[in-house]
Design a protein around this ligand. Structure first.
Ligand code: PHE
Length: 443
């Protein structure tokens, strides 16, 4: 069951909103290839490390790091990374909820035919109309956060597992429908999309692209903030963690590739520009849907897909902090969920305001340019806090925990374990260090 819950956490906005445009921007197939290597070399080892830390300790991330450091080879301050993860998770939750809320607004609008025959200009002004209207955005943000809080408050069984059991299959069904729709309405563009995803154009791949792939591998598997530690703590003793990590990574990758196949045909088939960045989903795609017969329906389904994807991820972002409140502050679960939901809701107001009234534009010394609080939060979390958390987990699992105990937790010794362990100790930390150095350069 927790394979599904972990899949639900992993499959999210990263797959549907981010993956298609970063792929289009960075040379298609070549980027996908690098991304796959990153998933295998960075993603899977850290995922397995987090799950096994959780299952060994059976506690919230902060307490898991503290107790395992004590029982194995030591180190006093590892638990600090538990707090770092909690902080990153809450910040991500705060803006994810605003994006998910916007997707809900778009679901209603596309279904109502607002985008039929709309021009790029028109779509842009509709988008600005939403994000520039704090009251509206706040209402959607509140609704999404309330939904998530209720699910989390219901508990691990009735909340998390229930949501994963129903929402993840629905998600894949919708995704397949959209791919099918793209194929039926834009058969030529569909094959162009396939080419884009699988034909490696190495000349379009830059060093920056490689680092984007690494960072994304990280984000898309929900690593670096203790989410997978807490999910690991719910895993039954018999689950084979190595296999499970591979299964989650494979399903997540499949979802990303399918999302590419669901998005590209509509955009390419309508003769629109592909590499336009984060606006792909909210500005370009509605134009594409608006130009296609029955596009409104597919549009509404697409935004529903986005909402479901965000919901199962958001649930998982609550979990490290909820578990910590339950353990350390002896709170009941519903109260803990209310605190986390309330806190993240409050923080989300920053994003709401920053998209409209409080927008500003700031150019750092390097390439980095931020347009308000939302960008700052996004960069702070996915570029700095998550890789830092991931690096800590890799070092913790590879160097602090005793190898024999990790082996015991993971099952049998073999080539696969030895290889994975080697990667975790050397390749993963070095790659993450490279991300950091690059990031500093960009800022
Ligand atoms: N993995 C999710 C995605 O791909 C995002 C996420 C990050 C969810 C971190 C939970 C924790 O969109």
């Amino acid at each position: 069951m927790f394979v599904l819950a972990a899949t639900g956490s992993a499959v999210g906005l990263g797959n549907i909103w981010r993956f298609p445009y970063i792929t289009a921007e960075n040379g298609g197939g070549a980027f996908v290839l690098v991304y796959l290597v990153c998933i295998l070399l960075i993603g899977v080892p850290i995922l397995a490390a987090e799950l096994s830390i959780g299952r060994r300790a059976r506690r919230s991330p902060v307490n898991a790091l503290r107790s395992l450091a004590r029982s194995d080879s030591g180190g006093r301050y590892w638990w600090l990374f538990g707090y770092l993860g909690m902080g990153a998770g809450l910040l991500i939750l705060s803006f994810l909820s605003v994006i998910a809320g916007s997707a809900m607004a778009y679901m209603v609008r596309t279904a109502g035919g607002v985008f039929e025959g709309v021009t790029a200009r028109g779509a842009e002004s509709i988008f600005i109309g939403l994000i520039g209207d704090p009251e509206r955005l706040l209402a959607w943000h509140t609704l999404f956060m309330a939904m998530t809080t209720v699910i989390v408050a219901r508990g691990v069984r009735l909340g998390l597992e229930w949501a994963a059991k129903y929402l993840v299959p629905v998600f894949f069904l919708l995704l397949l429908l959209l791919v099918l729709g793209g194929y039926l309405f834009h058969p030529e563009a569909f094959w162009q999309g396939v080419g884009l995803l699988f034909y490696p154009e190495f000349s379009a791949l830059t060093a920056n692209g490689i680092l984007v792939a690494m960072g994304h591998a990280f984000f898309t598997l929900s690593l670096g903030m203790g989410v997978m530690i807490i999910y690991g703590s719910y895993l039954p003793a018999g689950t084979h963690i190595g296999k499970m990590s591979l299964a989650v990574a494979a399903t997540d990758t499949l979802a990303a590739l399918l999302a590419g196949l669901a998005v590209f045909p509509w955009v390419l088939g309508s003769g629109l520009e592909m590499g336009i960045g984060p606006g792909l989903v909210f500005q370009t795609l509605p134009v594409a849907f608006g130009q296609t017969p029955a596009g409104s329906w597919f549009g509404a389904l697409f935004f529903l897909l986005l909402v479901i994807a965000a919901l199962t991820s958001a649930i998982s972002l609550f979990e490290p902090t909820v578990a910590w409140l339950v353990e350390n502050k002896s709170m009941g679960r519903p109260r803990a969920a209310a605190w986390v939901g309330g806190g993240a809701w409050l923080a989300g107001i920053l994003t709401v305001m920053s998209l409209g009234p409080w927008a500003f534009d700031f150019q750092f010394a390097g390439e980095l340019r931020v347009k308000g609080m939302f960008d700052i939060l996004d960069i702070l979390t996915s570029v700095i806090m998550l890789p830092a958390g991931g690096l800590a987990v890799a070092l913790f699992a590879g160097w602090v925990l005793y190898r024999s105990r990790t082996l015991e937790a993971l099952g049998k010794d073999g080539v696969r374990f030895r290889l994975g362990y080697l990667v975790l100790r050397y390749v993963t930390p070095l790659s993450l260090a490279a991300i950091f150095v690059h990031t500093i350069g960009v800022i």
